[in-house]
Design a binder for this molecule. Structure first.
Ligand SMILES: [Zn+2]
Length: 464
């Protein structure tokens, strides 16, 4: 007997929409059959009137990640809950590598922390330097199931020198790895930060100006040049500007092996949000941009210049962000964009935002949503077709979406426990009402049923 049948639903995958029933056995999809043909199972879920999609995959988030002397509010179990409510069944985070450390050990440490998750999880390896030891670990990491690496072109401490980037790129390319970048120009960011301070321009609203479009574009251009020179594949995390879209589009046309993502906040918010007393809540790097940039990002999703939409989730309370500010003689905080920790929540909101601003507005279709938030994350980060599709033999990661359910993205409707939502004004029509991971129901009737430590490590490999 089957463990589970999901019947009468409309299956929505990256490339098709059709009526079918799904049968699950031993955590995997064992059969996809014509409606009404699957009869017996330990549990039958009626998905009549619902969309049935592969579980969403979040490959870019920061949870339990010490940053700037503080730490975000989630751990991997509470993050599993927020994510599952947002239709996510697998997620990936980054090793907390520091200089002088074994990258493989940093990955193993992170794997241990992530083992508290209720979702399946992968780890990306962060490289902060290239010496003989860590370069020697590149192949070991790939064999261990961690073929995706991250490097920062800014933030002294985690920033890696350009010369070292070349070493990691070369070794990763030779062994089937993929290097991803946080691409911002450290010289431009530091130059502006210091000059803006001298000019007294430290209000929140100056933050986007201090890291202007050129700040991103300079680093993107540099990494693309490295990639092209070494014929090495590269990935860009969180691209936010029209200039980057042009650079990536042109590089792809030249045959450079480049893939890129943007994040939900760049698709839905603009830098106008930094103007005013709540501006502190909207500090993330890269910063929010203009309507024009936003339109370029949607265009790049439509034409394939961008392959993924992620959240770059790192959730802090308002008090945490403001705790970094100095106080004046009266104890009033002195606004200074240089001080607060950067980062915003998004793990739970991604699906709703892509419905509200993408599907509901006719910018993308449902199949494209699945492609951007599930199938492509699985393909790009090396866990397809185990994840990211509804094929026979794939893990039974399935979400049911009620197309008529409208939900506002208010703080009350989200599960972070934060006293704010960045998306109070957004309403999504079409909302995940059931989340199933490897055949186990994690969310049903507004309740989280996931158990701590039931997630499994994803051993990934990039197909070539
Ligand atoms: Zn990030």
């Amino acid at each position: 007997m089957l463990d589970l049948i999901v019947k009468n639903g409309t299956l929505v995958t990256a490339d098709a929409t059709f009526q079918a029933d799904i049968g699950v056995q031993d955590e995997k999809i064992s059969v996809v059959a014509a409606p009404g043909t699957l009869k017996e199972a330990k549990r039958v879920v009626d998905a009549k009137g619902k969309y049935v999609m592969p579980g969403m995959i979040e490959p870019h988030m920061h949870v339990a990640a010490p940053f700037g002397g503080t730490i975000d509010v989630l751990d991997f179990y509470s993050a599993s809950k927020c994510a599952a409510f947002g239709g996510v069944t697998s997620f990936m985070d980054f090793s907390s590598t520091v200089k002088g450390m074994s990258v493989l050990q940093a990955v193993k440490d992170r794997r241990e922390e992530m083992s508290h998750a209720a979702l399946d999880y992968g780890v990306h390896a962060k490289f902060v330097e290239a010496n003989e030891r860590v370069i020697g670990e590149v192949k070991q990491l790939i064999d261990y199931g961690v073929p995706t690496f991250k490097m920062f072109t800014t933030y002294p401490g985690v920033m890696i020198e350009d010369r070292d980037i070349l070493e990691v790129l070369k070794e990763a390319a030779a062994n089937g790895g993929l290097c991803g970048f946080h691409a911002e120009s450290n010289p431009i960011a530091e130059f502006n930060r210091d000059n803006f301070a001298r000019e007294g321009k430290l209000d929140w609203k100056y933050f986007p100006e201090a890291k202007p479009n050129a700040c991103e574009a300079e680093a993107v251009q540099r990494i693309l040049t490295f990639a092209e020179y070494l014929d090495a594949p590269v990935y860009f995390f969180h691209l936010s500007t029209k200039e980057s879209m042009k650079l990536v589009r042109e590089a792809k046309a030249r045959g450079v092996k480049v893939l890129a993502e943007t994040c939900t906040h760049y698709l839905t918010l603009t830098k106008a949000k930094n103007d005013g007393p709540d501006g502190v809540l909207y500090l993330m790097s890269p910063p929010l941009r203009t309507k024009e940039d936003q339109a370029a990002l949607w265009g790049a999703l439509q034409d394939g210049t961008l392959s993924l939409v992620t959240s770059d989730n790192e959730a802090f309370t308002r008090e945490q962000k403001e705790s970094f500010l100095d106080k004046d003689a009266n104890g009033k905080p002195i606004i200074d964009f240089r001080k607060p920790v950067n980062g915003t929540p998004g793990l739970e909101e991604r699906f709703g935002l892509m419905m509200a601003e993408g599907v509901n507005r006719g910018r993308i279709g449902l199949n494209k949503l699945v492609e951007l938030c599930s199938t492509n994350p699985a393909k790009v980060f090396g866990c397809y077709p185990q994840k990211g599709c509804l094929d026979v033999g794939s893990d039974a990661d399935i979400i049911l979406v009620d197309p008529d359910k409208a939900v506002k993205l208010t703080k009350e409707n989200l599960h972070y426990g934060l006293q704010y939502s960045l998306y109070e004004d957004f309403e999504a029509k079409g909302w995940p009402v059931m989340t199933i991971r490897r055949g186990e129901v994690l969310v049903e009737d507004g309740k989280f049923l996931g158990k701590e430590g039931t997630g499994r490590f994803l051993k990934r490999a990039i197909s070539r």
